[in-house]
Design a protein around this ligand. Sequence first.
Ligand code: NAD
Ligand code: UDP
Length: 315
Amino acid sequence: MKYGRKRVLVTGGAGFLGSHLCERLLAEGNDVLCADNFFTGTKDNIAHLLGNPYFELMRHDVTFPLYVEVDEIFNLACPASPIHYQRDPVQTTKTSVHGAINVLGLAKRVNAKIFQASTSEVYGDPEVHPQTEDYRGSVNPIGPRACYDEGKRCAETLFFDYWRQHSLRIKVARIFNTYGPRMHPNDGRVVSNFIVQALQGQDITLYGDGSQTRSFCFVDDLIEGFIRLMNAPDDVTGPINLGNPREMTVRELAEMVVKMVGSKSQIVYRPLPADDPMQRQPNIALAKEKLGWEPKVTLEQGLERTIAYFRNVVG
Ligand code: NAD
Ligand code: UDP
């Protein structure tokens, strides 16, 4: 560590979660290097950080090697929304797999501790409910979501092989649906879609009959989980679920958003996308035990703050 500040690399730092993480790391007095190719992230997300002398922005694609000197790495680079990760599925797999190889190689060279933003999607359309970390998942390896799901699964394999083979200090978080300010308005994810549609008085697009379930975590809670996991003792490698266990149907979410926005939008039905998981809820017992972590922000509070953000962005 140079000059008493930890040097932390955040790949995908200009994205939704990455920008909140950079903010938090700077607030804690770290020297932050944000690497992003702006595939889904934007400079707007981190514009307010650019004046900070301990923040550095680098245009970089993680499918290529990166040579920097850092103490810790958070690897978040990867489009997270189905419409974005399915736009160029080959690139999505490359980002997860080649990206993991490159950042792990970097971590090995500089002996950095390294965090992987994995996902609940490694569980696929789960037969076990709620999902615990020892559940191995039910993923269709050749479906339209596979580029993301299998890419993230392979990245986990690489992390654990670097841990076993090279004694690398690894931290693997399985992130469940997270929402909050700075989600991209055209991201296609359910919370941003519903809020933008409700604010603009457009129809609310409910896929399928809306009986599929998700559990939504507010971004600040998730970032707290990231920091705790990174700072936990080295034997806490994960994989560890981070998410909010409050489960609801997507239809309930639609009704809640319409009510909270005070919108006249109508709910309309659209076909359920292929391989769309029917239910998802994290079991967070491990995060409670190992990190003393659980979400604090209620869905009502989190939606309030997210709606306020989108009011400014889309009117
Ligand atoms: P996001 O799309 O806002 O952010 C991803 C960032 O990665 C963007 O800034 C994008 O430009 C960048 N990126 C993409 N490909 C890249 C590449 N090849 N090289 C460099 N940068 C690249 O998504 P997010 O919600 O902030 O997700 C961040 C991470 O968390 C992702 O790895 C995602 O898989 C994971 N995750 C997110 C959620 C969620 O609900 N938000 C859930 C599970 C996992
Ligand atoms: N969804 C929906 N309407 C939308 C966007 C998404 O009904 O406008 C549904 C989608 O089919 C899925 C759930 O909401 O069942 C969550 O979708 P999202 O893309 O946010 O995340 P993921 O499927 O990856 O959990």
